[in-house]
Design a protein around this ligand. Structure first.
Ligand code: BTN
Length: 253
């Protein structure tokens, strides 16, 4: 089965957040699976951990994708994060090398963030009812506000300008492929690819958790998305999202 579901598109001139817009619609009616809601300008773009997602109007890709992964148990929702992170990586690798996924779902070029994902799921009992997958990819923006100094864009790296419409068409192909992998239970492929793409995997790093700094190296993730870090004494520790960060990470997002 290789369905192409990404056919419908809603184009907005300006909106607070495409994720909020999608969630509001979904409260009232069902949109086709694969619908994309894209905007020229976001006035209150939402990032992870309540951060603001900065995006200069008309310069970047900022959109939400609607999925109904009702075949997935809620406890397996990390697979949505995996497939979307991998689709973004697949896409960016057409233009750049050194693209990695900084757990859980930031897309990095070397040590800088080029894209972010904010997934908002609705769960009914133990199943996923819908997933609003918010995606922001920095494309043509050249300057970022000081608080977001860790941000980089495709254009800043290559010096070129890109056609956002063409890029979206390309990216949709990868999102569709990776979503089909999940539907067709190509779990090992998704797991292996995600593992291989993890930022600083197997590299000695310093981390902070609950105010304490420690050394270790990332060994992978668990099925439900926890980060596995091997400490220098050989012990493996698991961390949930928000429980750990790299010690030299001072940036938002
Ligand atoms: C992050 O902090 O890394 C997540 C950023 C997600 C940004 C995208 S832009 C489109 C969608 N709508 C939002 O309000 N946020 C997401």
């Amino acid at each position: 089965m290789n369905n192409n579901i990404l056919k419908d598109i809603i184009i907005l001139e300006s909106i607070d957040s495409t994720n909020n817009y999608a969630i509001e619609i979904l409260k009232r009616k069902r949109l086709n699976e694969g619908t994309i809601i894209i905007t020229h300008e976001q006035t209150k773009g939402k990032g992870q951990k309540g951060n603001y997602w900065e995006s200069e109007p008309g310069k970047n890709l900022t959109f939400s994708l609607i999925l109904y992964p009702d075949f997935l148990l809620a406890e397996k929702q990390f697979f949505i994060t995996k497939l979307v992170s991998l689709a973004l990586t697949d896409f960016l690798e057409n233009y750049l090398t050194d693209i990695t996924i900084k757990w859980p779902n930031d897309i990095y070029y070397r040590n800088k963030k080029i894209a972010g994902i904010l997934i908002e799921n609705a769960i009914i009992t133990v199943k996923l009812k819908y997933s609003v997958v918010g995606i922001g990819i920095n494309i043509n923006q050249r300057e970022f506000l000081s608080g977001f100094s860790n941000a980089i864009s495709l254009s800043k790296i290559t010096g070129k300008e890109y056609d956002l419409h063409k890029l979206l068409i390309e990216l949709k192909k990868y999102l569709n492929n990776r979503y089909n992998q999940l539907k067709n239970t190509k779990i090992t492929t998704l797991n292996n690819d995600y593992y291989r793409k993890l930022y600083r995997i197997g590299i000695q790093s310093r981390f902070i958790s609950k105010g304490a700094t420690f050394a270790g190296s990332i060994k992978g993730t668990t099925e439900n998305g926890k980060l596995k870090i091997e400490l220098n004494n050989g012990e493996i520790k698991l961390f949930d999202f928000k429980e750990v960060k790299f010690a030299n990470d001072n940036f938002a997002g």
